[in-house]
Write a protein that binds this ligand. Structure first.
Ligand code: HEM
Length: 367
């Protein structure tokens, strides 16, 4: 049996319940949101720990704020991870399940690692004042656990792209490797490309922080100036590193995929470069650039997510595999239910978010 026939046989015989391109679009969008919050957690925790150990008035205030927001961002990152998880399981099921079965032990350990990361982050946030050095280690552990979770999910994602290797992994050493205890394929360049932006996005978050708290009557201008400027500077340096990391990863992508000629790659890369140019200007006026840079960064992440999906299609195109040929078995009921609950969810969440935004900023007025 050739690989394409095997992949077709692994597809859900019931087909997909709606047009695959709709799932693909939603997958890219929700992945972009997921990785944005992953970035905010990784960058936020790393900086919270750094400022915690460095000490000093401004540093400790920033560390506390970042530790607190990291607990929230971690919850949001996890919730937003579920959406692309569902979509990838619908349209790329042969790949996702094969990769997860090959490394089943790791797929299960992923959940434990996330839970430990969550716990450690909370202990760091709530207890760090009691014994600054001791509890600081919980912050370090939180960061390590979160990074481990990222490494596992990245390996599972990459293993899914190379079906030509599955048989070799499954039949290692002449026997059947059914324990699922091995992680087979991890690309440090690819992983770094998704994690280095943590420092771009937490830098932009700090610019937003300064912009957000500025109108409050009790705002400390000197502190906010420091936070905004440090954030803009960090974001700029991280964006420079990201350009280098991007090209480093690109050089490791197999040449026979002809990814260098893919327009989505260059659109994503151009958006990244545009962000770098914006960040170079932002240092002089972080408050003014905070919103435009946040928007531009999200667009760049969307571009990166689209390029990532184009790369997946290039990998799987080698086996003549396309999600667009997935048998279609349209289920209007479940699709309508999904869309209605999705829109209702957005409406329900919009009101408390607006009130919380105004309350925190001190701009809520009685009407
Ligand atoms: C908080 C710790 C987490 C970190 C650091 C993290 C990091 C990452 C990274 C770096 C990627 C890109 C992988 C690649 O393409 O090489 C990724 C993808 C993904 N993550 Fe997360 N993640 C975390 C938590 C989660 C959780 C809890 C879920 C699910 C509930 C999740 C679901 C996904 C999915 C579905 C993908 C895309 C898989 C694909 O398209 O092949 N992640 N994550």
């Amino acid at each position: 049996m050739d690989i394409n026939s095997a992949l077709q046989a692994l597809r859900d015989p019931l087909g997909v319940p709606f047009f695959p391109w709709v799932f693909q679009l939603l997958m890219v969008l929700t992945f972009a949101l997921h990785i944005l919050f992953v970035n905010l957690v990784v960058g936020g925790l790393a900086l919270a720990v750094y400022e915690h150990f460095k000490g000093g008035d401004f540093n400790l205030r920033l560390s506390k704020a970042l530790a607190q927001v990291s607990t929230v961002n971690l919850s949001v990152a996890i919730v937003l991870g579920v959406a692309p998880l569902l979509f990838v399981q619908v349209i790329y099921d042969p790949f996702w399940y094969a990769s997860n079965s090959l490394s089943a032990w790791w797929a299960m350990a992923f959940l434990l690692v996330i839970a430990l990361g969550f716990l450690a982050t909370y202990v760091f946030y709530l207890k760090r004042k009691k014994s600054p050095q001791g509890y600081g280690l919980f912050g370090v552990s939180g960061l390590v656990f979160v990074l481990c979770a990222g490494i596992i999910i990245s390996a599972l994602s990459v293993q899914a792209l190379v079906p030509q290797k599955w048989l070799e992994w499954y039949s290692a050493n002449g026997g059947l490797a059914t324990t699922g205890t091995s992680l087979y394929h991890f690309e440090i360049g690819r992983f770094s490309h998704f994690i280095v932006p943590a420092f771009i996005n937490i830098g932009i978050f700090m610019m937003l922080y300064a912009w957000y708290f500025r109108p409050r009557a009790d705002a400390d201008a000197a502190y906010l100036d420091w936070v905004g400027r440090s954030g803009a500077k960090m974001a700029k340096i991280a964006a420079m590193i990201q350009v280098v990391v991007g090209f480093w990863w690109l050089l490791t992508v197999p040449a026979d995929l002809h990814f260098m000629r893919n327009p989505f790659l260059w659109i994503g890369a151009s958006l990244g470069l545009l962000l770098l140019v914006g960040l170079m200007k932002a240092e002089s006026a972080p408050d003014r650039y905070a919103i435009p840079m946040a928007l531009l960064s999200f667009v760049a992440i969307l571009g990166m997510g689209t390029a990532r999906e184009a790369l997946r299609m290039a990998y799987l195109g080698v086996f003549d595999y396309s999600i667009y040929t997935y048998p279609l078995n349209i289920d209007w009921g479940s699709t309508a239910l999904f869309l209605v609950t999705f829109v209702m969810g957005l409406v329900v969440i919009a009101y408390p978010m607006t009130v919380a935004f105004k309350l925190g900023r001190g701009t809520l007025t009685e009407s």
